[in-house]
Design a protein around this ligand. Structure first.
Ligand code: URA
Length: 216
């Protein structure tokens, strides 16, 4: 079985953190293409997600789906998940202990196993966790590129923030359009690195052949 499916299966009925006993219906692991170029990370499941077991299926999720359509993508093309996989009671923010346990056990592995070209963190909460930044001001960092380990991370507004304040819709739409561009840039960079590696390998082989033929 694929590693990601194994990890998803291992998350069913997870009891590693206190959220397991605070009224969640089920673990909402993640949804979409395991080989996606773009991965979205939100905060945590809300009540709709908790019922259906799928991230971003409520009002904010509908806007996320629409924004994907504007850049020619469907939900099945990308991968969508959250920092924590279980619904915090009353939609409170996840606590540091819950975040630490859940990200170490699931999210960081999801990021590595999927290996997307771009990770878009949705809103202040997910952005501060992934970028390890305190007091994130979305107004100043949204749409910018950050490197975190092997990952290219782009913080963007949470769709709920755009529903709450229409002024956030324009930057969110623009950032979505740029995501496609960033994917293309990253793909081109990966191709360039591969070509360079192939050339170095080729030169080594040629040197070895020349040496064997006594040319050196
Ligand atoms: N908001 C989130 O951050 N995640 C969801 O899954 C739904 C709404």
């Amino acid at each position: 079985m694929e590693e990601l499916s194994k990890l998803a299966e291992s998350s069913i009925g997870c009891t590693l953190c206190p959220l397991a006993e605070q009224g969640r219906t089920q673990v909402v692991f993640g949804h979409g293409n395991p080989r996606a170029d773009i991965m979205f990370i939100g905060e945590g499941p809300g009540s709709n997600e908790d019922k259906q077991g799928i991230p971003f299926v409520g009002t904010a999720g509908k806007l996320l789906t629409q924004l994907l359509e504007t850049i020619g993508l469907e939900r099945e093309d990308v991968y969508i998940t959250n920092v924590v996989k279980c619904r915090p009671p009353g939609n409170r923010d996840p606590k540091p202990e819950e975040i630490e346990i859940c990200t170490n056990r699931y999210l960081f592995s999801q990021m590595d196993l999927i290996g997307p070209k771009v990770i878009a963190t949705l809103g202040r909460f997910a952005s501060s966790v992934i970028l390890e930044m305190k007091n994130v001001a979305m107004g100043s960092i949204h749409g910018q590129k950050f490197i975190k380990g092997t990952h290219l991370v782009v913080p963007i507004y949470h769709p709920a923030a755009a529903l709450h304040s229409r002024a956030n819709m324009k930057p969110l739409t623009e950032d979505f359009e740029n995501l496609r561009l960033y994917v293309e840039e990253k793909a081109a960079e990966e191709q360039r690195i591969l070509a360079e590696e192939a050339q170095v390998e080729n030169e080594v082989v040629l040197d070895e052949e020349a040496e064997q033929m006594g040319l050196f």
